[in-house]
Ligand binder design. Structure first.
Ligand code: PLP
Length: 473
């Protein structure tokens, strides 16, 4: 449905001209990136036809300059749970800006961070203190430091396929080699253990002097959903061995999976530290929060002299705190957890219903609106050869054969769920409607039908893209 592509405020004050900056970059965004930011990223966007210019976002939609509407199944990597440009968050930030507020006085205890901490503790009971960060990775760095200080132990366990961010410490907990290669030395004394495997965890706890296990309640990479009691049992095991359990809810938190935290699905989990970020920002201002217990606090901030031994300049900035408070309010108002559950089930069941008809579909798994579609090698000979040629050209190419036509033919933005994986992950804004879910299901069915015809135009196009990528890499 075409609409006015760019909304322009009536009047502007001051000397900065945003229109001029936008005009300077109009239709040149990819060229600017190629020249100044990341030429290879710009090139890969071009290769797969993702080199678009989006000019507006609202709810679960993006618009390009021609007024075409796109369905956003990526939500900015999961920051827009309450929808893009959510009016509650936007108005709260505008209100705050209009007040000339006294943010970052630093030698004071800011009101808004106190209120946000209180509200987070109400939603995630059982924790005593909240430490605010500027990103998910910074929350993970915080958890690593706190676990070391609280236990006096050196070793941190992480899981296969884990993703906790890309700063040095968080990268040392990354379960995928491609992210780590060449960045050594990373944090020492970190050890990988199999995800969703309690025997492996127990063996690792026995083998090392473990401060903490850091783990996602559902893995972003591949949308791996563990057994219902995995986290509860992991907490018990960690505690029996004197270690802490750190649950990374950066992507899964704030109603994404149908409950406020994903770790609630299998009943109460006695985690020691919980890390939040992404959607707490309202999609506007980076913010994260680490919830933790008094025993950890007393070790880290152990004296008056050490009362700011861990801190960061922007940690409790006014805009970030307003974004956090407004984001929570917006999620409450839209009953986001229940809606995520309902829409997730509609989407997941709709996809599952296609499994028998399309032999490339191996599995569909979901919790709320965190959905993974896993593809598999087909049985029929012709399709098998298409599958193996695609994988020979690139391990990610098969998934691109799905994401490319979804965007090109159906205006739906999706992404492959991780390197070397045949999984597409769907994490749309939690505002999506039944009609949006059906938009995706109809589009996906069309793409599946075409990709199940080999030889055929869908495959010629994808092989060409694979060859072009090989040539230019
Ligand atoms: C589970 C998880 N933890 C941590 C991070 C890192 O967050 P950020 O990119 O804000 O540093 C991410 C980012 O995708 C994530 O999914």
């Amino acid at each position: 449905m075409p609409i006015d592509a760019a909304r322009k405020p009536e009047a502007r004050t001051g000397t900065f001209d945003l229109d001029a900056a936008l005009a300077q970059g109009a239709n040149a965004n990819n060229a600017l990136h190629a020249e100044h930011i990341n030429p290879r990223f710009a090139k890969s966007l071009g290769l797969i036809g993702f080199d678009k210019t989006y000019v507006r976002g609202e709810g679960a939609y993006l618009w390009d300059a021609e007024g075409n509407r796109y369905l956003d199944m990526l939500a900015g990597y999961g920051v827009f749970n309450m929808g893009r440009n959510n009016p509650v968050v936007r108005d709260a930030l505008a209100d705050y800006l209009s007040r000339d507020a006294a943010s970052l006085a630093q030698m004071e205890a800011p009101v808004l961070s106190g209120v946000l901490a209180e509200q987070l503790k109400e939603r995630v009971p059982g924790y005593d203190y909240v430490y605010f960060t500027n990103s998910g990775a910074e929350g993970v760095e915080t958890a690593i430091k706190f676990a070391h200080q609280a236990t006096g132990r050196p070793d941190i366990l992480y899981t296969s396929s884990a993703f906790h961010g890309l700063t040095n410490g968080a990268l040392a907990l990354n379960g995928t080699d491609v992210f780590r290669e060449g960045f050594d030395p990373l944090l020492p004394a970190t050890h990988k253990t199999a995800y969703d495997d309690l025997d492996a965890l127990e063996a690792a706890l026995k083998a090392h002097n473990v401060a903490a296990l850091v783990v996602e309640p559902i893995q972003g990479k591949g949308v791996q959903i563990p057994a219902d009691d995995y986290l509860k049992q992991a907490a018990d095991l960690c505690h029996r061995h004197g270690a802490l359990l750190v649950v990374d809810e950066v992507q899964t938190g704030l109603c994404r999976t149908g409950t406020f935290l994903a770790m609630e699905h299998g009943g109460p989990v006695d985690a020691d530290i919980v890390v939040l970020s992404k959607a707490l920002s309202g999609g506007y201002v980076p913010v994260g929060a680490v919830l933790y217990r008094e025993a950890v606090y007393n070790k880290v901030f152990s004296s008056l002299e050490k009362c700011v031994v861990h801190s960061s300049t922007f940690g409790q900035g006014g805009m970030a705190m307003v974004a956090g408070l407004a984001a929570l309010h917006a999620l409450d108002e839209m009953d986001a957890c229940a809606h995520a559950q309902e829409m997730g089930d509609r989407l997941g069941n709709g996809l599952l219903a296609m499994k028998d008809r399309f032999e490339f579909i191996g599995d569909v798994r979901w919790r709320g609106l965190m959905v993974g579609i896993e593809f598999q090698a087909p049985k029929s000979l012709k399709l098998k050869s298409a599958w193996s040629t695609a994988h020979m050209l690139s391990k990610d190419l098969f998934c691109q054969a799905i994401t490319i036509p979804l965007l090109r033919d159906h205006r739906i933005l999706t992404q492959v769920s991780g390197y070397n994986m045949d999984v597409i992950k769907l994490i749309p804004p939690l505002t999506i409607s039944e009609a949006d879910v059906d938009w995706f299901l109809t589009a996906f069915e069309d793409v599946m039908e075409k990709v199940h015809k080999f030889p055929g135009p869908a495959w010629s196009a994808i092989f060409q893209i694979g060859k072009n990528a090989l040539k230019s890499s």
